[in-house]
Design a protein around this ligand. Structure first.
Ligand code: 5GP
Length: 210
């Protein structure tokens, strides 16, 4: 029987480096599927349709909500963000590991709909480092940075509800920790019930051992 893939949700404040950790991880693990979300925000410089996000109007996004096309969606800093359902479900059924890089609200709604999902929170080492990273990134206005910092504080208050926390001090070490989380999940007894059953089916009462 095909083993289902692991559904791993990666959240963390804007500037916690979750995208960079994920890129470091996927550079070594090309087999994992990183879901591409839909959003109503404008593309940032260098972002590409279908690679970074599927950019949509509010109307298109709401129509997709109505169709049940999202596994989860959330309203974050004045824009909608959502995970397209179909691709994720297909990959998991094929046994492929799937990563969703989504916000805290989205993570908890995934946990409700898919209790087997593993929730991983990436945190910056400190508030000061986070502030510096957001300012140095230079992709947002001061007003947006202020809003995102306030949001970061709210998100940090939810971090204790996650299954794992990765403190992103150094990218390579953080990516290794993500690798360890995947490895730990594969070893969980709950995720090996099929193996245990197959083993027991292979046991014969009348075996003769010489
Ligand atoms: P950004 O605008 O910086 O790309 O993303 C803002 C926030 O939205 C980030 O925390 C990001 O993880 C989150 N996000 C991106 N895609 C999704 C999604 O499909 N669903 C939810 N709930 N959050 C998302």
């Amino acid at each position: 029987m095909e083993r289902r893939g692991t559904l791993l949700v990666l959240s963390g404040p804007s500037g916690s480096g979750k995208g960079t950790i994920l890129k470091e991880y996927t550079d070594k693990h090309g087999e994992v599927y990183v879901s591409v979300s839909a959003t109503t925000r404008d593309p940032r410089e260098g972002e590409r349709y279908g690679v970074s996000y599927y950019y949509m109007t509010d109307e298109e996004f709401k129509a997709k909500i109505e169709e049940g096309g999202f596994l989860e969606y959330a309203y974050f800093c004045d824009h909608y963000y959502g995970t397209p359902r179909k691709q994720v479900e297909e990959r998991l059924a094929e046994g492929v590991d799937v990563v969703l890089e989504i916000d805290v609200q989205g993570a908890f709604s995934v946990r409700e709909n898919c209790p087997e999902a593993v929730l991983v929170f990436t945190a910056p080492p400190s508030y000061e480092v986070l502030k510096e990273r957001l300012i140095n990134r230079g992709t947002e206005s001061r007003d947006v940075i202020k809003k995102r910092l306030a949001m970061a504080v709210e998100e940090m208050k939810e971090a204790h509800k996650y299954d794992y926390i990765i403190i992103n001090d150094e990218i390579e070490a953080a990516a290794k920790q993500l690798e360890s989380v995947f490895a730990a999940e594969k070893c969980k007894a709950d995720n090996n019930e099929d193996f245990i059953n197959e083993f027991l089916e292979g046991v014969h009462d009348n075996d003769v051992i010489s």
